[in-house]
Design a protein around this ligand. Structure first.
Ligand SMILES: [Zn+2]
Ligand SMILES: [Zn+2]
Length: 351
């Protein structure tokens, strides 16, 4: 096992386990640092016991590197594989559906509040078997999460084009997680939103406004033709510092989603699991489309999609109404023209 591979795997498993960023950062930094050093030099350093003198390496990461160089699986990694490398759900829950998914419509990079570069996120999605994913960093008003101004987003589009050249045939689609402002307006220039492949719209402020204005706010967003997906609709937080669901007329909002071709997100983050089961079942009854998204802020979190798949199966979400089962071409056709792929054999990946 190459030292870089060992460090990356450790970081991935820690993120998948939900570790906070600072615990993971040392491994990601070490991996970047040694990828710039020649293998011969690295070996020489390991033999002379001077790895820790390299800026960016500490005792723990140095040990991982030395063990990998000596041909063994690093102790730290094998312990972690045992503790955190197993399946995230029991039995075959959600597995069939997970195998039918081709991509992920909601993830963040270090351009906003994610912890990893764009290419690392896309590469990790590809390594998990995806054909495509959508980069959805935050919009300008969410300053706490370093939301992207219009200019920075335009800059990011150029980077996405470059990443696509390197990762083809994998496709990184352009996108945004756009704040739904208090009055239901969107927090980005309409022309720019129009240019993006996928627009996820979410509420991140005034989460506790009264039900009537919150319903109007959500209706304005989901009926806006620029919006493709309604992100984490109740905004609840179920772990850490719990936060109650925002109050709104779910029946009206979900019906509007169904009518105005806006998919309802099944947010896979274990701290959210949004919408809750009762609302997910209610949403199924409206005939709306769904998107099973990780909202990953680090590569390892991209593996959380299985949680959403398990819940979707449990709540009877039909696979042909899940937009992640589509090819990137089918998805972008839908976001630009509203046309859904015609159901035919082979449309949903055989399992
Ligand atoms: Zn969000
Ligand atoms: Zn997000």
């Amino acid at each position: 096992m190459e030292p870089v591979e060992a460090l990356e795997r450790i970081a991935f498993l820690l993120e998948r386990q939900g570790a906070v960023t600072y615990r993971v950062q040392a491994f990601r930094t070490a991996s970047t640092v040694i990828s710039r050093i020649s293998p011969a030099e690295l070996r020489r350093r390991a033999q002379s016991g001077s790895l820790t003198r390299i800026k960016g390496l500490g005792p723990k990461t140095s040990q991982v590197i030395a063990e990998a160089l000596s041909g063994q699986v690093p102790t730290y990694l094998s312990r972690l594989e045992e503790e955190a490398g197993g399946p995230l759900v029991d039995g075959d829950q959600g597995q069939r559906l997970r195998r039918a998914l081709r991509g992920d419509c909601h993830l963040h990079s270090d351009w906003s509040d994610g912890g990893s570069p764009v290419e690392a996120m896309a590469g990790a999605a590809r390594d998990l078997g995806h054909e495509w994913c959508v980069l959805t960093d935050h919009s300008p008003r969410l300053t706490i999460a370093h939301g992207l101004t219009a200019d920075r987003l335009r800059e990011q589009l150029a980077l996405v084009a470059e990443v696509n050249e390197r990762l083809a045939p994998f496709r990184l689609l352009t996108g945004i997680e756009c704040d739904i402002l208090d009055d239901g307006a969107l927090d980005q220039e309409p022309e720019l939103l129009e240019r993006l492949d996928v627009v996820v719209a979410s509420v991140h402020s005034k989460l506790r406004m009264d039900a009537a204005p919150m319903t109007r706010r959500l209706l304005a967003a989901v009926t806006n033709p620029l919006v493709d997906i309604l992100g984490h609709c109740t905004n609840r937080q179920i772990t850490g510092k719990p936060r109650p669901e925002s109050r709104f007329d779910a029946g009206a909002v979900f019906a509007a989603c169904a009518e105005h071709r806006t998919a309802i997100e099944i947010n896979c983050r274990p701290d959210r699991f949004d919408p809750p089961r009762r609302l997910l079942r209610q949403a199924v009854d409206t005939g709306a489309l769904f998107s099973i998204d990780t909202d990953a802020h680090a590569p390892g979190q991209l593996d959380w999609q299985i949680y959403g798949c398990a819940r979707a199966e449990e709540c009877g979400v039909p696979p042909d109404r899940i937009i992640n089962t589509w090819t990137s071409h089918q998805l972008t056709t839908w976001t630009t023209t509203g046309k859904r792929p015609t159901p035919k054999k082979g449309n949903v990946r055989a399992t």
